[in-house]
Design a protein around this ligand. Structure first.
Ligand SMILES: Cc1cc2nc3c(=O)[nH]c(=O)nc-3n(C[C@H](O)[C@H](O)[C@H](O)COP(=O)(O)O)c2cc1C
Length: 571
């Protein structure tokens, strides 16, 4: 009987394993025990789920000298077909070459190694092979064989890939969700969603078309594109009401087609009867309507790919979710734009209304003062009528101030309030602000303390007086008649300070953070007796801030407030 080199190696190779198995083989003659041990070994190899190959390390290119049934089962090759061959016949066109290089280097170094490599069965189907290779040495330490153990890990790899894909999807959706929540510009919203959806679907081209049902022109407006340059669509007419696009713009659900050319709705629209010239080629097609809260179809997200069957059901579900997010963000962006427009209209109206009001008020004021002077000169009015006239004058002043405040607020809002800064001495400026408060206050109620040296700041005098006056008016309005109100001017190295204190009703502690906000009115104010717009301190803060300064308040309810304004000293 002739023995093949494989048989020779079979015997030497089995020695270490047979030693173990021999000890398991029990009593009997040497021959019987070896026989039993070999049988046990064969059974063990046969029972394994993993494939095992043994290659001869002393022959060139390491031919296979044995394999177990699991190897045959795994690869689809019979034992006879593989004996004498190098294992690389399992590799194919998509085999990951990095793993192959790792194998080559380890074998060259006679080292063990483990890789996951893409292999192909005899029928051509690919599988992921978790391959562990170990060198086998004889008693003299010489390399004689390599043993390879193959395990099919395709399903694990698929799970890993799905998990990776899902993680990526969640990351993108998370990112889009956050970005959309912060985005109020309609175009940015749509662009963001189009890009993310194109990314997630694996589409080559993605677009959002805005639904504009303009009478006569049945065209929709291209809003955002991803994966292709804007110019590509610039010249292409895009009809809205066709069998292909109509359902999306009527919000009739998702269209997901593996091959658009096989769909009866495709190619029916003259003159192109298919894709117009210049349109990127599309085979896989998906269109998802974007529908607002009020059920209005805002537009559609469209995706294309040149290959067949690209868009899966899973991808469809994701894009439907994205479209819902997009609809909310678009609704919000539109509401925001509408509210901005309303604010612009309001400010324009307030500016012109207050402007218009000032002319008659000025005439009213001028004539009242004229009457007052004449009455004094000519002694023509009774004391009672003089008081009435004085009351008319005071209310006309107040009206004038209110019209001025409204005008200034609209200038602030539209960023048209301009300052004309000059070098001014804060001491004189504070005096003028105090004087403007009026003569009706009890003498001595307003106390001004100023340093001996001038305190020079760079300020728009009219605006700063307006601001100080406003704080003073509040102090007067919200403190008991006759209680003192003090104004202190100070300066340190770089800063001028204006500190105004009153002993009024104070501000509730929980409201201190809102004092300078638009429309704030203290909850402890009796609004039946003290009227106001709640805009005064907002205006003061704006004026002080625009002078490079800051304002803060300390207050305790029931015992008064201290407003401290800081302004940079002039250079
Ligand atoms: C014992 C043994 C088992 C092997 N099993 C596989 C296998 O299952 N799949 C595979 O792709 N390569 C396997 N190889 C590796 C290839 O035979 C080869 O060594 C590898 O492709 C690197 O060499 P190359 O670049 O010359 O092809 C095995 C190698 C040995 C020694």
């Amino acid at each position: 009987m002739t023995t093949s080199p494989a048989d020779e190696h079979d015997k030497t190779e089995r020695k270490p394993l047979s030693n173990i198995l021999e000890s398991l083989a029990g009593n009997g003659s040497d021959e019987q025990r070896i026989e039993t041990a070999l049988l046990l070994g064969d059974r063990a190899l046969a029972a394994l789920n993993s494939g095992i190959v043994i290659t001869d390390a002393q022959q060139s290119d390491y031919p296979i000298i044995d394999c177990n049934p699991a190897f045959e089962h795994l690869t689809g090759y019979g034992r006879d077909e593989v004996l004498g061959r190098n294992c690389r016949f399992l590799q194919g066109p998509e085999t990951n070459q990095e793993a192959r290089a790792v194998l080559r280097a380890a074998l060259l170094d006679k080292q063990e190694c483990r890789v996951t490599i893409l292999n192909y069965r005899k029928d051509g189907t690919p599988f992921w092979n978790d391959l562990a290779i170990a060198p086998v040495r004889n008693e003299q330490g010489q390399l004689t064989h390599f043993i390879g153990i193959q395990t099919d890990v395709t399903s694990r790899k698929q799970l890993e890939a799905e998990l990776r894909e899902q993680t990526e999807t969640i990351t993108i959706i998370n990112h889009v969700g956050q970005a959309l929540a912060a985005e109020l510009d309609l175009h940015n919203v749509v662009q963001l969603v189009t890009e993310a959806a194109t990314d997630l679907t694996g589409a080559q081209v993605g677009a959002f078309f805005y639904n504009v049902p303009t009478a006569g022109h049945e065209l929709f407006t291209l809003y955002a594109l991803a994966g292709v340059a804007q110019e590509v669509f610039a010249e292409i007419p895009l009809p809205r009401d066709t069998p292909m696009f109509g359902p999306t713009f009527r919000g009739e659900g998702v269209m997901r087609l593996d091959d658009v050319r096989n769909d009866p709705r495709y190619g029916q629209n003259p003159p192109h009867l298919g894709l117009p010239a210049g349109h990127p080629p599309v085979t896989s097609y998906m269109a998802v309507p974007v529908i607002s809260r009020s059920k209005e179809v805002l537009g559609g997200l469209f995706f294309g790919h040149t290959e067949v069957g690209i868009f899966t059901e899973r991808v469809e579900r994701i894009v439907v979710g994205l479209a819902a997010m997009a609809a909310i963000a678009m609704d919000n962006a539109r509401l925001y734009e509408q509210s901005q427009q309303a604010i612009r209209l309001r400010d324009a109206f307030l500016a012109s209304a207050s402007h218009e009001l000032r002319t008659p008020i000025t005439t009213l004021l001028g004539n009242t003062e004229l009457l007052q002077r004449r009455a004094i000169r000519e002694q023509s009015l009774s004391a009672r009528d003089q008081r009435t006239l004085q009351s008319i004058a005071e209310q006309a002043y107040r009206l004038n101030e209110l019209a001025e405040l409204v005008l200034d607020l609209s200038l602030l809002q539209t960023d048209l309030l301009e300052l004309d800064p000059q070098r001014v001495d804060l001491r004189a400026l504070a005096q003028r602000a105090l004087a403007r408060v009026g003569t009706n206050n009890m003498p001595g109620r307003l106390q001004l303390s100023v340093p001996e040296q001038p305190v020079i700041v760079s300020a728009d005098e009219r605006r700063l007086i307006q601001a100080l006056h406003q704080v003073l008016r509040n102090a007067l309005a919200y403190s008991p008649t006759g209680s003192p109100i003090t104004v202190r001017i100070e300066q340190d190295a770089n800063t001028a300070l204006i500190v105004m204190s009153d002993q009024g009703i104070g501000i509730p502690e929980s409201e201190l953070d809102f004092v300078f906000q638009r429309s704030y009115r203290g909850s402890n104010i009796d609004i039946r007796h003290v009227s106001g717009l709640g805009m005064g301190l907002f205006f003061v803060k704006e004026i002080i801030t625009r002078h490079g300064g800051m304002i803060e308040v300390q207050s305790s309810e029931g015992s008064g407030s201290i407003f401290t304004m800081q302004l940079p000293l002039a250079e």
